[in-house]
Write a protein that binds this ligand. Sequence first.
Ligand SMILES: *[C@@H]1O[C@H](CO)[C@@H](O)[C@H](O)[C@H]1NC(C)=O
Ligand SMILES: *[C@@H]1O[C@H](CO)[C@@H](O)[C@H](O)[C@H]1NC(C)=O
Ligand SMILES: *[C@@H]1O[C@H](CO)[C@@H](O)[C@H](O)[C@H]1NC(C)=O
Ligand SMILES: *[C@@H]1O[C@H](CO)[C@@H](O)[C@H](O)[C@H]1NC(C)=O
Length: 549
Amino acid sequence: MVGLAATFTRCVGALAILSPFGSAIAGQVQKPFLQVPLSAFKHRDDVKDIFIESYNAYRKFAFGHDDLLPISKNFSDGRNGWGASIVDGMATMRIMGLDDFFNEAVDFVGKIDFSESQTPDTVSIFETTIRYLGGLISAFELSGKQHKILIEKAQQLTDKMAFAWETKNQTIPWRLLDFSTNTPNLGTSNIAEAGTLDLEWNRLSLYTGNDTYRRLAEGSVRTIAGLTAPLPGLAAQGIDPATNAFVGNYITWGGGSDSYFEYLIKYARLTNTNDNLFADTWHTAVDSSIKNLLRKSKVGDHLYLADRDDEGKIVHISSHLACFHGGNWILGGKLLNNDTIVNIALDLVEACWNTYASTETGIGPEVFEFISEDSFQPSDTHPNAQQRQFFQKHGFFITASDYILRPEVLESNFYAWRVTGDTKYLDRAASAADSFRKFLRVDSGGYSGINDVDDANINKGGRIDDTESFWFAEVLKYLYLTFDDPDHISLDKFVFNTEAQPFEAPPAKPVYGSGSPLPPKGPYVMKVADIPLPAISPIPALQFDPFPN
Ligand SMILES: *[C@@H]1O[C@H](CO)[C@@H](O)[C@H](O)[C@H]1NC(C)=O
Ligand SMILES: *[C@@H]1O[C@H](CO)[C@@H](O)[C@H](O)[C@H]1NC(C)=O
Ligand SMILES: *[C@@H]1O[C@H](CO)[C@@H](O)[C@H](O)[C@H]1NC(C)=O
Ligand SMILES: *[C@@H]1O[C@H](CO)[C@@H](O)[C@H](O)[C@H]1NC(C)=O
């Protein structure tokens, strides 16, 4: 084994860097030769059972619709009625070896008419990209690229979504599109919605040979990354597609911004591009965050990334959504061969897990806050007496106590396991799975959200009658893979989209980025495209050079 590593080291010459153990190369993400203990396979099979149980409830009461309503045994169609749970869940079915479910899903996809929204007419470009487009592409890859129908449907869908780029010189798409008229809803977008399309649209270009998809999605990210941000690398949350200008100065790793940052480094990895823009902008964002946003809770020394408001004031808030950051920084730190980033990331993972470990159900809340040395002086009403007491005990306090089947804490836990091999992460995943079975399962066999993670008497807080498609796509996939053979969907061979849809990645380059965070760039200047457009194109949006020097 060591011999193999040494041979490879010679091949890539001076760029490869040996770890203290002599086996890792730079850019390698997973701990080499990692294995799960045999006991993990029992937990893996338990997670598979949860999938079968809850998906069967979906099939029984909601098949063909977007979500199961597990309590009323009914359905809802908040994602345009194309069967979100099926399409979003396909890669998980494939990974778990649930071939009957998977084949049924392929048949179902063949019958979806993506040219019109079933209900309502308004389509979210972001949600549709990460769940439907991402789900179709991942299912195509994971099933040996044999079901061409998955790509045909993906293309039908994305040809419609491309109308979100409306005017000749528009680089940032509108966030919502009316599918019956192909007209966008004009209005402010955010960097998450505008900057979380490029992994999926890039892969669609690869499989269709039509480069327009990549250029549109990548152009949006290039535009955001080229604007002068409130802090270097840390783009503001709001953005206006009509003017290519930020709206406000709010900075967060949480919702509305999160996956823009996430995709910067993942795009560099998935494409192995020699253009350092993506990896360097990501590193600049991380560097700025360490300097400006990183705080330690007064109780328990929990490390967290604060927000920064429009006026530049630090806001000591975090969220379940934001907890993807630990996993993302682990991945990026490994790709940049930067242990400083990896080590901070592991502390962020620790603080996010603490939100699970501290509640009566063992499940973490939607939104929470911290108090650090530079916090506001707590007022009489905020935090209230109960929250203050909770803070003294746990080092954070809860401001929104619900859990709606989100994945991010377990997602980062999965990265931490695959990279460190510390079995405490397996124990945590097992504990979360136990809590889900105990507190979320209802008699339809489905799994519901809950209103108060800190009350083991679920009837008191009440349940939330919805199983979001990310339960099937993300929560159960990350849990399953945590317990599975680490060579299965290795982080060195796949890049997950923000909906946990794995995409095949080429072998990693030894080095990503230029090696140092960049100084802030000037505004992105649009140029006339030097790549000819197709003769007849309803998408006249490419009036800029997608590959500026
Ligand atoms: C199930 O949901 C549909 C769509 O919202 C609704 O029309 C119907 O009344 C519901 N059925 C029951 C039994 O609640
Ligand atoms: C490529 O996709 C774009 C966006 O949907 C479309 O406008 C264009 O016609 C396609 N090009 C070809 C050659 O099919
Ligand atoms: C697009 O071009 C028009 C006309 O030249 C101009 O008024 C508008 O500001 C431009 N939009 C952007 C986003 O640059
Ligand atoms: C790793 O990243 C941190 C944060 O940006 C930076 O301060 C440090 O110089 C980097 N280390 C190396 C070896 O590049």
